[in-house]
Design a protein around this ligand. Structure first.
Ligand code: ATP
Ligand code: MG
Length: 578
């Protein structure tokens, strides 16, 4: 697709034997090619085992959706399995709330895991392996402080310096490590480090820390442990324990791979293969849990599930569908270099999916009263309206028509500019599913604004056509004032004003780029009565306006709608141009 970085590459050669899958089939994908090749060479005896390994320190976002679609989608495609594994090695930042939301979000996207695991399930095994590495002279207890460890580490251009504690005896290391575990030492006073190479060009191999002392309660293991494995010590071995064949992760982990491989080699355990792909990046969007947490904590948004958030819970509440997200992720593709995808492309896939599935209704967001002077007072007609032109099985419904209607304020101009064909004095337009009406006069309020438009209708045009063949240039939507229901409608715009929200002046952070107009709340919107019973989460196209869904904040008699996305599709135009 047009927006990919030109350096995106795919491996060639593999073809054929994969079954097709709804989630990821079609687009070229070098990960799929690697799996196919491994199946061809029988590398794992036909097994494809993946995992999705979130850290439960925040809600999942659209970037995670890409990883989920790859991990689960590719395993499904080849008859494999996927575990959901919480990488919960960081007790201070992790919460059960996140564990629950992550499960809900994965299921919502349409995937089911084979097993639910936690890295903390493996704490005993990881500890045993640490003892094994100590006994083999491959790990040592270090007394340097965190600052000193950093200082001794060197830089990209300078080799590191060995710690004075590096050559402790195995006995002393075993004794100290066991006492670390027993809680004898305060936080930060000692670490267990892998004894690799302080001069390695890869900083991750300069005696990385394996364990730190942290007297903190863990969301699952409680106070059992006061030493915790580092992510880099836990991740590769967790994959190995689960016998993961293809461990897919984002590019920033490529430099860590030699370390994972070192642990696996030294321990002599199952060698999972890590393969890196590009992170999803989106214009006008922040995809970092730390920064998203900051937006929530500092009340820049209403919560993790604020419809302006790129979290899966936010976009779900906004009305995005899992199908749209899966289609978008597939179209955005995978590559071995990071790039940026346009937000408009995501919106394009949301519109495309909603167009297919959403019932059409009429709703007036900024009402202007229209009185049809020659329509009998008290008369009501039921007009037949098509529910979804994309889906004939969706049928039709009745919409009441009467003498007093509401139309959109912007569908009337007292002085029409050039090229404006909607209602204006003396002009005839079509009311959708109704009649032709002609504007006769206006009533103004004390401020001189038009408060009421008076029209006449032509009874011969019922259903929208004139028997004499005369044409009108505009069709507008409406609701019957006596029958309409009132609702609140929330309109969303981009959360940030810059394509790269991280682009700031010195001394500022990304919140300087927050869009002050990202939320507009409209009250007193007038909706056709069929919406009175709309359930929370249900989605509609408001004709001529966009796609909307019923928000969680709705209560009986007090409907609240979110605008999911407006109708205009700028990405399709951009893509078409290329
Ligand atoms: P963040 O930077 O948002 O905090 P993270 O990488 O720390 O994300 P994890 O919970 O560790 O979050 O991520 C779980 C999995 O999702 C990892 O395999 C990671 O590579 C992948 N992932 C995270 N962000 C993205 C992204 N933007 N695009 C694709 N995959 C992602
Ligand atoms: Mg992470």
């Amino acid at each position: 697709m047009g927006n990919r970085n030109p350096s995106s590459e795919t491996e060639t050669g593999a073809a054929g034997n994969g079954a097709s899958t709804p989630a990821t089939a079609g687009a070229p994908n070098f990960l799929r090619d690697i799996i196919r090749e491994d199946l061809k060479t029988n590398k794992h005896k036909g097994r494809v085992q993946t995992r999705f390994p979130p850290e439960p320190n925040g809600y999942l976002h659209i970037g995670h959706a890409k990883a989920i679609c790859l991990d689960f989608g590719l395993a499904d495609e080849f008859g494999g399995h996927t575990n959901l594994r919480f990488d919960d090695t960081n007790p201070e930042k992790e919460e059960t709330e996140y564990v629950e939301s992550i499960q809900e979000d994965v299921r919502w996207l349409g995937f089911e895991w084979e097993n639910l695991y936690y890295a903390s399930d493996y704490f005993d095994q990881l500890y045993e392996w640490a003892l094994q590495l100590i006994r083999a002279g491959k790990a040592y207890v270090d007394d340097l402080t965190a600052d000193q460890v950093r200082e001794y580490r060197g830089t990209l251009t300078q080799p590191g310096k060995e710690s004075p504690y590096r050559n402790r005896s195995v006995e002393e290391n075993l004794d100290l490590f066991q006492r670390m575990r027993a809680g004898e030492f305060p936080d930060g006073t000692r670490t267990l480090r892998a004894k690799i190479d302080m001069a390695s060009p890869n900083l991750n191999l300069r005696d990385p820390v394996m364990y730190r002392i942290l007297h903190a309660a863990h969301h699952r293991t409680g106070s059992k442990w006061c030493i915790y494995p580092m992510y880099d010590y836990a991740h590769g071995q967790s994959d190995s324990i689960e016998r993961v064949t293809h461990s897919m992760c984002t590019l920033e982990f490529a430099d860590h791979r030699p370390l994972y491989e070192w642990f696996i080699r030294e321990l002599g355990i199952f060698p999972s293969q890590q393969i890196e792909f590009d992170r999803l990046g989106l214009t006008y969007t922040i995809l970092s849990k730390r920064k998203l947490l900051q937006l929530v904590r500092d009340h820049h948004v209403g919560g993790w599930n604020d419809p302006r958030m790129p979290t899966l819970s936010g976009i779900r509440r906004r009305g995005y569908t899992p199908e749209a997200i899966r289609n978008f992720v597939t179209a955005a593709g995978v590559s071995r270099t990071n790039g940026i995808t346009e937000l408009e492309m995501l919106e394009h896939f949301v519109r495309e999916d909603l167009n297919r599935r959403s019932p059409r209704v009429m709703a007036v967001l900024r009402p202007l009263k229209v009185v049809i002077d020659n329509y009998p007072d008290g008369q009501v007609e039921e007009m037949e309206a098509v529910n979804n032109p994309e889906d004939s099985s969706a049928g039709t419904r009745k919409v009441p028509f009467s003498r007093v209607l509401y139309i959109e304020q912007e569908d009337f101009r007292e002085v029409p500019p050039k090229g404006y064909y909607r209602l204006s004095p003396g002009r005839e337009v079509r009311l959708r599913y109704g009649y032709f009406i002609t504007c006769a006069s206006v009533v103004k309020n004390e401020q001189g604004e038009v408060s009421e438009v008076h029209c006449t209708y032509d009874p011969a045009t019922r259903g929208g056509n004139a028997p004499d063949g005369r044409k009108v240039k505009a069709t507008i939507h409406w609701v019957s004032a006596a029958h309409a229901i009132e609702a609140e409608v929330r309109l969303y715009d981009k959360l940030f004003t810059k394509p790269d929200p991280n682009q700031v002046q010195e001394g500022q952070d990304f919140t300087a780029n927050l869009n002050p107009n990202s939320l507009e709340v409209l009250r007193g919107c007038q909706l056709e009565p069929s919406l009175a019973t709309a359930a929370v989460g249900s989605r509609f196209q408001f004709e001529r306006l966009g796609y909307f869904c019923v928000d969680l904040d709705s209560a009986p008699g007090k409907l609240v709608f979110n605008r999911t996305v407006a109708l205009k599709d700028t990405w399709a135009k951009v893509a078409g141009r290329g």
